[in-house]
Design a protein around this ligand. Sequence first.
Ligand SMILES: C[S@@+](CC[C@H](N)C(=O)[O-])C[C@H]1O[C@@H](n2cnc3c(N)ncnc32)[C@H](O)[C@@H]1O
Length: 233
Amino acid sequence: MLFDQPFYLSINEARWIVAQTILNEIKLQIDLSSCLDVGCGPGWFSQKLIDLGLSVTGIDGRLELVELARKRVEKAQFYCGDLESKNQISSFSAADLVFCFGLLYHTENPFRAIRNLYALTKKVLLIESIIIPGDNPIAWLVKEGQNETQGLTHYALIPSRTCTIQMLRVAGFKYVYEYNGEVNHEDFKATDTKHQRRRIFLASLVQLGVNNLVEVPEISTPKYNFSNKSTIS
Ligand SMILES: C[S@@+](CC[C@H](N)C(=O)[O-])C[C@H]1O[C@@H](n2cnc3c(N)ncnc32)[C@H](O)[C@@H]1O
């Protein structure tokens, strides 16, 4: 399956090196014991989170992946749930840490997804996503591929960086931090010909000081300016 292909595992390894460092630093500041791995797929990150000493529950919208994760990661609990459903998500207990890598950009309702992530978070949310380039707080509609790594409806609305940050804040996270350190994968690097594709954010209910995580200021979300006249005279 796609989740087991070398290209998939290499980005997992690169993301985990950073996630592990961040989580170890957070654990020195606050107690983290329970963890929800949302959009867990077959449980690759769930196993890593267990190895970090966390009590892990994985949630995924695909039952076949939940069943596979149960076989692969015996020490975690796995349940089927749609992050875009307020009703389904309300049946889960909140956890100290919510880990949500590789999911937001597969949702057709990213703001609902973020509000649901907030409802699941007791202390911190570590979230990684693809983001649409540009400074405006916008989202881009895409028709996705038809495989098991994608969204449940195969249509996704992918937010920009500022859109993601402000949705996290509006959902209720008092502190939003952006990771500005190195991730050893091309998706996290900007080049002369390519924008940075992915970013990592930490959204928290408590103030934290973590290396390479920079608190991001309030983003302005004014009404759209429909003027078609240039402001330059
Ligand atoms: C790209 S994979 C990410 C898997 C893993 N977290 C990682 O980063 O490698 C996206 C996962 O999210 C699941 N998923 C997609 N839409 C979802 C939704 N609305 N609610 C819950 N899970 C969803 C998919 O079934 C898939 O397992």
